[in-house]
Each structure stands twice: as structure tokens, then as C-alpha cells.
Design a protein around this ligand. Structure first.
Ligand code: NAD
Ligand code: DAU
Length: 356
């Protein structure tokens, strides 16, 4: 639980990205007295088009800055004097982490440390009514077998450079809580899907490829399991944990919604055929089994009972609703899609999938 001033300033990092933009929208609209400062470097994954509906709100400010630049972090803290930080900025794509692990250490580990240091320095180790909320992933727990769930006490066992960098950042956040008394809270969430997700991740990539009638590259045999959560439900969970979560605690967030990749892709193909008025089976014929991702985690599944029991949060959107809404969003936002899939994206796509 945190008691913030009514007119608190909340620094949200990574607010131009997929999940961050949904968190910014929720906070700007729900808390008109808060000042929401969105700090984002606008990497390939950051896109201010995600926030056109709130960009002119009185309680919203955007700052282009790099969490890896300690001086810039000091300037941001000196200028805006935030009461709390919700930290989402990160390199987030596993395949990119396999190509360039160091970029993930820089942003996810060192960037997080620069933010933690700025909090200590500007809050002068007086943490009354302050909060540092770190957004993390279920991937830090490694891979599950056929049964069982990740709980908050599952040992960390990351397998990809991405998850190793997120695990390291989680450890530093917790260490700052223990060592300096920084009031921290951490959440570890499962796979998100929904509007505004960059089309390098499974669902938006496959929606885009189906629209363009391009192959759907399923890694390995497709029998990998993920637990999917609609991004708006994640944003609501973040709101609950930010305001009511206990200091020093971790909460797992998940959708109770496990799908094998291949089964999910088949459902997506069927829905896309219906929405696009194509013959049944059209999209499925695009499925192509390709070389597996190295170190591919077999199964993720979150036990989200702690957050339900302690904070009353549970997912509100069914997978059927969420997937239909997601597809509709991409079909209705062709311009967004074509803007993000031009330029660098094409180079990335060609190099990532050329040898698979
Ligand atoms: P994303 O890649 O869509 O967005 C990341 C944002 O961070 C972008 O706007 C980018 O410009 C910004 N950013 C990157 N480097 C930066 C830097 N050096 N300084 C400032 N800003 C920078 O990511 P996402 O999928 O929205 O994930 C957000 C957070 O949630 C990440 O921390 C991720 O690890 C975590 N997470 C994601 C998922 C998921 O399924 N997408 C699930 C669980 C947790
Ligand atoms: O679990 C939470 C994590 O979920 C987040 O921390 C990450 O930021 C987010 O990217 C996501 O990681 P995944 O690796 O699970 O997501 P991705 O969409 O890349 O892949 C989902 C599954 O689909 C995974 O088993 C790999 C597979 N896949 C993915 C792509 C991009 C394919 O079969 N083909 C593909 O082209």
C-alpha cells in the first residue's frame, strides 16, 4: 500500500512501448490529478502513435530520454521530481537478445541501475510515500515441464539472454530494497497480447503475415506453451499493485490461459479467414515449421492466486474476446502497421528469418 499525494508525479518508463502505452493511457484517464511523465527513448519498439488519444491531456508529459544515461536520469528527476516510478522500459524480444545480448545487459540491467540510483539520490534516502515499481517477466523462472505453475517463490532459472537480463534487474531492484530500504515492488507477468504490440512477437507478426499472405514461421514442432494475458488486464493489474501492493513484495500476473503455439496459431488462422472473408484453410496453409529458437523454453504457466487473494485482481477478458479485439485493431489500424513495418523492420525481418 502506498499513500501518495493527490497531485503526485508518476514517472512511467517505456510508456511509448506496447504495455507501457496501455499503462500510460489508464493512468492519464483514471487519475486526472496525477502528473504522468512518460520517459521513453523511442527505440524501434517505442512509438508515440500509440498515445495520440492522450498526448494533449493536461496531466501528461512526454520526455525523450535514455535510461542508460545517468546524467539524463538526474536531469529528469531534477526537473520533474517524481514521487514514484513505474519501470517498463526494456529490450523485450527474446530473438533479438540471442543476436545481441549486450544490448539487453545495457538497457535492462544498467538502465535499471541508473534509475534506482536516481531514486536514491533525489529522494535522499528518505522514502516516505515513495515507490519504485519494477515490471518483470515470468521468463526469469525458466521452463516448466508438462505440469505445475510458477509461483512467487519459484527459483530463478533464466535461459535466454533476455530473461537473464530481466532476472539480474529483478535481483538489483530487490537488493536496493533490502540494502537501502527503497520501497520496491516487482511483478512477473506472462505473455501479453493486444493492440499496439510490435509485429516481431508471435501474435502481431502472424496477423501481419496473414494479411500479407506471407509464411507463418512456427519454431520447432510448435509444441511450446505460453500463458496469454490481454494487455489491458495487465495494465489494470499494474494499477492495483502500484497503489495497493505491499513494499518488498513480488506478485505474479498471468491469464490462466495456456496455449500450445501451434493450437493458438490454428485458432488465429481460422479467425483471420473469417474476418478477411477468405476461404476456410487459406491462412493455415501459410504455416511453415522452421528452425527452432535456441534455448527455447518449453512451457510457461503462472499461478496468479496471490494477486487475486491479496488484491482482488483477476483477468477480465476471455481469450476469445481478446483475440477478436486484437485482430480487429490490427485490421482497423493499417497505417500504424505499415508505419512500423517499414524501414528497419524489413531489415530485421529479413535477417531474422532468412536462415530459418
Ligand atoms: P516494448 O519492447 O514494446 O517496449 C519497450 C519500451 O521501452 C519502448 O517504448 C522503448 O522505446 C523503450 N526503451 C527501450 N530502451 C530504452 C532506454 N534505454 N531508455 C528509455 N526507454 C527505452 O516492451 P513491452 O512488451 O511493452 O514490455 C514492457 C515491459 O514489460 C518490459 O520490461 C518487459 O520485460 C515486460 N514484460 C513484457 C511482457 C510481454 O509479453 N510483452 C510480459 C511480461 C513482462
Ligand atoms: O512470458 C513473457 C514474455 O513473453 C515477455 O517477457 C517477453 O517480453 C515477450 O516477448 C514474450 O516472450 P516470448 O518469447 O514467449 O514471446 P514471442 O512472441 O517471441 O514468442 C511466443 C512463442 O511463439 C514462443 O514459444 C516462440 C514462438 N514463436 C515466436 C515467433 C516470433 C514462433 O514459433 N515463431 C515466431 O516467429
Amino acid at each position: 500500500m502506498i499513500t501518495l499525494p493527490e497531485n503526485a508525479t508518476i514517472l512511467i518508463t517505456g510508456g511509448a512501448g506496447f504495455i507501457g502505452s496501455h499503462v500510460v493511457r489508464l493512468f492519464v484517464n483514471k487519475y486526472p490529478k496525477y502528473k504522468i511523465v512518460n520517459l521513453d527513448l523511442l527505440t524501434y519498439a517505442g512509438n508515440l502513435e500509440n498515445l495520440t488519444d492522450v498526448e494533449n491531456a493536461d496531466n501528461y508529459t512526454f520526455v525523450k530520454a535514455d535510461i542508460c544515461d545517468a546524467l539524463q536520469m538526474n536531469e529528469v528527476f531534477a526537473t520533474y521530481n517524481p514521487d514514484a516510478v513505474i519501470h517498463l522500459a526494456a529490450e523485450s524480444h527474446v530473438d533479438r537478445s540471442i543476436e545481441d545480448p549486450l544490448a539487453f545487459v545495457n538497457t535492462n540491467v544498467l538502465g535499471t541501475l541508473h534509475l534506482l540510483n536516481a531514486c536514491r539520490k533525489f529522494w535522499r534516502d528518505n522514502f516516505d510515500s515513495k515507490r519504485f515499481y519494477h515490471i518483470s517477466t515470468d521468463e526469469v523462472y525458466g521452463s516448466l515441464g508438462e505440469t505445475g505453475f510458477f509461483t512467487e517463490t519459484t527459483s530463478y532459472d533464466p535461459n535466454s539472454p533476455y530473461s537473464a537480463s530481466k532476472a539480474a534487474s529483478d535481483h538489483f531492484v530487490r537488493a536496493y530494497g533490502e540494502t537501502y530500504g527503497l520501497p520496491i515492488v516487482i511483478t512477473n507477468c506472462s505473455n501479453n497480447y493486444g493492440p499496439n504490440q510490435f509485429p516481431e512477437k508471435l501474435i502481431p507478426l502472424f496477423i501481419n503475415n496473414i494479411i500479407e499472405r506471407k509464411p507463418l514461421p512456427v519454431y520447432g514442432d510448435g509444441n511450446y506453451t505460453r500463458d496469454w494475458l490481454y494487455v489491458v488486464d495487465h495494465a489494470v493489474a499494474i494499477d492495483e499493485v502500484f497503489h495497493r501492493g505491499a513494499n518488498g513484495e513480488t506478485y505474479n500476473i498471468g491469464g490462466w490461459n495456456e496455449w500450445k503455439n501451434i493450437d493458438l496459431v490454428r485458432v488465429l488462422c481460422k479467425l483471420m479467414d473469417e474476418k478477411l472473408g477468405r476461404e476456410s484453410g487459406d491462412s493455415e496453409s501459410l504455416i511453415t515449421f522452421v528452425k527452432d529458437r535456441p534455448g527455447h523454453d518449453k512451457r510457461y504457466a503462472i499461478d496468479a492466486s496471490k494477486i487475486q487473494k491479496e488484491l482482488g485482481w483477476k483477468p477480465s477478458v476471455t481469450f476469445e474476446q481478446g483475440l477478436a479485439e486484437t485482430i480487429d485493431w490490427y485490421l482497423n489500424n493499417e497505417e500504424w502497421l505499415s508505419n512500423v513495418t517499414s524501414g528497419n523492420y524489413r531489415e530485421y525481418y529479413n535477417s531474422m528469418y532468412s536462415d530459418r
